[in-house]
Design a protein around this ligand. Structure first.
Ligand SMILES: [Zn+2]
Length: 208
């Protein structure tokens, strides 16, 4: 355990990474899905309190996380040929709609990238095996607001929100995960004292 994580463990819940008073563990849903979810996380995201990957891992026991530390560092990722997809918007080649996964003959493996837009783009290119994967597209729609950060993930969705949409599109129920993600946003922004302002800013501007 590094110095950083030792300090964090005194003030933060080791399971959900939030401050003890904001702990979400009692609210976490238990979800099951036939999708094999593999989160490839940029190593810089690992200790960020605003990372939503811990929520996904706790809610979906079968989901796995693999930290990308850069080229040359081995990363065991199991990507069965013909049944593996990358959740990432690529310009070249058509994407498979997530709704097609519901009737996929074998349980599909879906790689989800966790990092900034720039990090995700690099990981899609450099992590062995990902460049060759067909991509999955989510139903279009804006990210929910308020959010804890901007500039996260290609679609502007937090990881937990992207996974919730993926589950629902693929015929599972992603709503409980989305609900606990919204709760996390609220608790984190309230702990920073920015919730009220963020709610105001998120309201659509109406004409006078
Ligand atoms: Zn917790």
């Amino acid at each position: 355990m590094g110095i950083r994580s030792k300090v964090a463990s005194k003030t933060r819940c080791p399971s959900c990474s939030l401050r003890h008073e904001d702990c979400l563990c009692a609210e976490l849903p238990v979800l099951s899905t036939r999708l094999c979810l593999a989160i490839v996380r940029h190593v810089n995201e690992r200790y960020k309190p605003t990372s939503t990957t811990p929520l996904v891992l706790r809610a979906i026991g079968s989901a796995t996380v693999h930290d990308w530390e850069g080229r040359g560092v081995p990363m065991p990722l199991s990507l069965p040929a013909g049944d593996s997809f990358l959740l990432f918007p690529r310009r070249d080649g058509p994407a498979v709609p997530a709704s097609d996964l519901a009737a996929w003959p074998r349980p599909p493996t879906i790689v989800i990238l966790d990092g900034t837009w720039r990090q995700c783009r690099k990981m899609a290119h450099n992590v062995p095996g990902l460049r060759e994967l067909p991509t999955i597209s989510l139903p279009p729609g804006p990210a929910s607001r308020p959010a804890m950060r901007t500039q996260i993930r290609p679609e502007g969705l937090a990881t937990a929100e992207a996974v919730a949409r993926l589950l629902t599109a693929a015929g599972d129920d992603g709503d409980p995960l989305f609900a606990v993600y919204r709760l996390m946003v609220e608790r984190v922004l309230k702990s920073r004292g920015t919730w009220d302002r963020a709610v105001r800013d998120a309201e659509p501007v109406t004409g006078a």
